[in-house]
Write a protein of this length. Sequence first.
Length: 186
Amino acid sequence: MTHHKGSDIIQDWPDESREAAQLVIDQYGEPQEATASLLTWHRPGPWKRMEASRTFYSHEFPTPHIDSVESVIDYRVPPEKFTPLARFDGSVIVERTAGEVSARCHDEQANFLALNLMHDIVTDQKSVEEARAYYAKEFADYRRKEPTPYMEQLRVPAGHDTADPDELVLSDEDLQQAALEGEKKG
């Protein structure tokens, strides 16, 4: 049986990832790309890209849930902020070379929350501990039907020229020299 539409493909997915993917389809329509295990939307809403995967990951912070929907933005993270972000939330993924940051959680609202707090950490508005405490508070406030400003929208400025090609440390001459040394050993 050939599947073409995301909403057809996900019928075979586990409940956890199917329900998460369906929320994205409900919000943004059918994905532009669909394979048996991954749906991709390009430029949905405020995002550069969203992906819903058949594979899901168990995540205990701040309370047990599953991660299967990834939201990507253009954003440059200084290398010294990588470790604080890893301590903040293991589902915030930084791609330095591509100049992208994403959050992978169970829904778009949780991804807003994670990436808004990522920005607060990078811009020194919150420490890792403050960001984790705020994440837990807003997560609970959502259940309490209290206001959740960080879950409602992306509060991160749009990124431009965020790719970081790093810098050359081996010249062509260095590589030729290494090859010559290798030939001598050969």
